[in-house]
Write a protein that binds this ligand. Structure first.
Ligand code: PLP
Length: 424
């Protein structure tokens, strides 16, 4: 596929090209295994000497179509479909870090990733050092030492809607020779390509905008192929033979991270995407460019409406001129700022509940970033275990409502919000 094709064309065409007489869209290859006539053909697959399929825990043709599409959209060298966004993040860390190592991460990240880094990975001996993404570079750099394996960030943070200053992190990553990882879930490669700003690895929860229909749980890891592991003392496991893979030295390969991640992590941990979810995610991406344009347009109109409403105390969406991240978003997300916003209802938790229960079209869900608009009240759901103090530190006030704007007609959504606010 011609790499210079525009993003909207790649959304439709990349990842799968049928030969004469074959199905136009990728068939769902619902098979765990693949049959071969010659022993040598299978041996070559095991030795990574040829491309192909031998067991669907390693790779599957339907999932490969989705992987090819996302790799093209993210300007990557290869992609790996995972069982969820969480497994994509966990595998990315475990591919480079082991007991005694550390990673550094923005504190403004999805709550599930925060739990993984702050509770679960430390149990495996991997420490996470958190930083404020808006802190000066010198302060963030102080967290890096010889055992630091990656920097983790989100393009648009969920739910705090912080927009990443890519150039600051690309500089830190280059200066210290540390892998720069970006979770691009809420921006998607339609609104932002982290590779163009110096990221080395991009991860997604494809359960969100990539699938777009709340139909398929999944995640994906993209190796941009722009990080040189060769001879970098920080990455010994890439420079020493892997005894579990016939002495392979990953740093010698053209796509070191992607190969190690599939050949070792996916093989051993098995968190691969299913063929059915690969299919749904592949066809979901067909309309990604159209959807992201509409999500962004709707969200901007709704954010402008809410910003003037007397019952709204504050609102965060980077399309608003007064937003803290407006200038950053104009630089990194010039074509649209996505459908996620948060706002505060004037009043207490009861008022938030009254507002949310009065909505007729917009539903309450623990989900974001699909075609249907939805809301969530974090203080009484995802963050309900947190103390008063922790809520403050997490930037989640009691009156915060998270709104994921879908692709319905914006005027219908505004009418629904207006009638619910009237009841507060
Ligand atoms: N990253 C971000 C930014 C998310 O919003 C989410 C889920 O909401 C995840 C990762 C985790 O993805 P999944 O739910 O597919 O495991």
């Amino acid at each position: 596929m011609n790499k210079n094709l525009k993003q909207d064309t790649l959304c439709v065409q990349a990842g799968y090209s049928p030969k004469s007489g074959e199905a136009r869209i990728p068939p769902i290859v619902q098979s765990t295994t693949y049959a071969y006539e010659k022993t040598q053909d299978m041996a070559d697959l095991f030795d990574l000497k040829s491309d192909g399929y031998f067991y669907s825990r390693l790779a599957n043709p339907t999932v490969a179509a989705f992987e090819g599409k996302v790799a093209a959209l993210e300007k990557g060298a290869c992609a790996i479909g995972c069982s969820s966004g969480m497994s994509a993040t966990a595998l990315t860390v475990m591919c480079v870090a082991g007991a005694g190592d550390n990673i550094i991460s923005s504190s403004a990240i999805y709550g599930g990733s925060y739990n993984l880094f702050s509770v679960t990975l430390p149990k495996l001996g991997i420490e996470c050092r958190f930083f404020d993404p808006d802190a000066p570079a010198e302060e963030i750099e102080k967290l890096i030492d010889g055992k630091t394996k990656l920097i983790f960030t989100e393009t648009i943070a969920n739910p705090s809607i912080v927009v990443l200053d890519f150039e600051k992190f690309a500089k830190i990553s280059k200066k210290h020779g540390v892998l720069f990882v970006v979770d691009n879930t809420l921006a998607t490669p339609i609104l932002c390509r982290p590779a163009e700003w110096g990221a080395n690895i991009v991860v997604h929860s494809s359960s969100k905008y990539l699938d777009g229909h709340a139909a398929a749980l999944g995640g994906i890891i993209v190796d941009i192929g722009n990080f040189n592991f060769k001879g970098n003392p920080r990455y010994r496991s890439f420079n020493e033979p892997d005894e579990s893979y016939h002495g392979l030295v990953y740093a010698d390969l053209p796509v070191a991270f992607g190969t190690k991640c599939r050949a070792q992590m996916i093989r051993d941990l098995g968190a691969i995407m299913s063929p059915q979810n690969g299919f749904l995610s592949y066809i979901g991406c067909d309309t990604l460019a159209l959807r992201m344009e509409r999500h962004s347009k709707n969200a901007k109109k709704i954010a402008e409406y809410l910003s003037k409403h007397p019952k709204i105390e504050w609102i965060k969406h980077p399309s608003l001129k007064g937003d803290k991240y407006y200038a950053t978003a104009q630089k990194y997300l010039p074509d649209g700022q996505g459908g996620m916003m948060s706002f505060g209802i004037r009043g207490d938790v009861e008022k938030c509940a009254k507002f949310m229960e009065s909505l007729k079209l917009i539903t309450q869900e623990t989900h974001v970033a699909d075609v249907r608009s939805c809301v969530l009240h974090p203080a009484s759901t995802t963050h309900r275990q947190l103390s008063e103090e922790d809520l403050k530190a997490a930037g989640v006030p009691h009156n915060l409502v998270r709104l994921s704007v879908g692709i319905e007609n914006a005027d219908d959504l505004i009418a629904d919000l207006a009638q619910a606010l009237d009841k507060v």
